[in-house]
Design a protein. Structure first.
Length: 329
């Protein structure tokens, strides 16, 4: 299981413990985790509690044959941070600010402020002054202008219950509104926007839907089974923001400043980068040929060449001709 999945699960367990002062047994927590879609064992739950206990004030009480776990509702007197840890708190606070309009950011901001308030006054002041020396750039996070919190909760319920939903959805690229049934697998917070990732019955494939563009939502009675490793398979085809079921092998050659910039800042987009003669690089990636791939290629101007596939060559050429036509007298 990935570290991110483990962190999400442990965050969920922590939120469950925080909501009930009577505490829970490992069996109780397993039921909640299973209901929320986490496929784990009781032993894994116990390990999660042990991990969380190293950071959070979780204590135990024996009784009725099984240990009961409680989250102590205070931090005062427990927080003592060194310089590196204080810088980490500042960094997290800055990153949370990038998602200011999300419900998770509200909870995270409250938690971080609570943490800072339990530091000594000199350390709290030091964290506030870090901004003069350290800047965290998160310009790619564009928070949603509107978000229906009640709809977000209903989506979470549908995911937990593995229940099909019917949505009326506005597609930005096609400029059209369609009604479609979706099996919601996962909520993704990406660049400040919530997206629901799941199987679209209309398109018969995995798709992502921006929650802020869902106009209406109805929860069906139909149940679905979430496939294993679906998210990993889904992200493999996604070059940037858009994805598709059909993937192609991309081969691009870059030179000059374009090659330098891709090696320095965008190497993570590639499956493989080969350095060739005279500073040229060969960029290889298996991905869907979506509009954002075309725009990315065009962004490097005359210092990039599409080797393959032919479909991408033709799309880039068509866009380039359109650009030329815009500047004809």
């Amino acid at each position: 299981m990935s570290d991110s999945s483990q962190m999400q699960r442990q965050h969920y367990l922590l939120s469950i413990l925080a909501d009930c002062k009577q505490g829970f047994t490992a069996s109780d927590l397993l039921k909640y985790a299973t209901h929320a879609g986490y496929e784990v064992s009781k032993r894994t739950i116990s390990r999660d509690i042990d991990d969380l206990s190293c950071t959070f004030p979780i204590y135990e009480s024996e009784g009725s044959g099984e240990t009961r776990y409680f989250l102590e509702d205070r931090l005062s007197g427990l927080v003592e941070l060194n310089l590196d840890e204080m810088i980490t708190v500042y960094y997290l606070k800055e990153m949370v600010d990038a998602h200011a309009n999300s419900d998770l950011a509200t909870s995270a901001t409250f938690f971080l402020n609570k943490l800072i308030s339990n530091l000594s006054s000199d350390k709290s002041e030091m964290i506030s002054k870090f901004k003069d020396a350290i800047r965290v750039e998160h310009e790619q996070c564009h928070s949603q202008n509107k978000l229906d919190v009640s709809m977000l909760q209903r989506l979470r319920d549908a995911i937990a219950e593995q229940t099909t939903i019917e949505i009326c959805y506005y597609a930005l690229i096609n400029d059209e509104t369609t009604t479609r049934k979706v099996d919601p697998y996962f909520l993704e917070l990406s660049e400040g926007n919530y997206k629901i990732v799941g199987y679209c019955h209309l398109r018969q494939g995995l798709r992502a839907f921006n929650v802020s563009r869902i106009e209406t939502l109805r929860i069906e009675k139909t149940k679905f089974e979430k496939p294993k490793n679906f998210y990993e398979e889904y992200t493999k085809s996604r070059f940037d923001k858009l994805a598709s079921d059909k993937t192609e092998s991309l081969k691009l050659r870059l030179w000059g400043n374009a090659a330098k910039l891709v090696k320095e800042y965008e190497s993570k987009r590639a499956d493989k980068i080969t350095v060739e003669k005279k500073g040229q690089i060969l960029f290889e990636r298996k991905a869907a040929i979506t509009d954002d791939v075309v725009m990315w290629v065009l962004s490097y101007g005359d210092e990039i060449e599409v080797i393959e596939p032919q479909e991408l060559k033709e799309k880039v050429l068509a866009k380039a001709k359109g650009i030329l036509n815009n500047y004809k007298d």
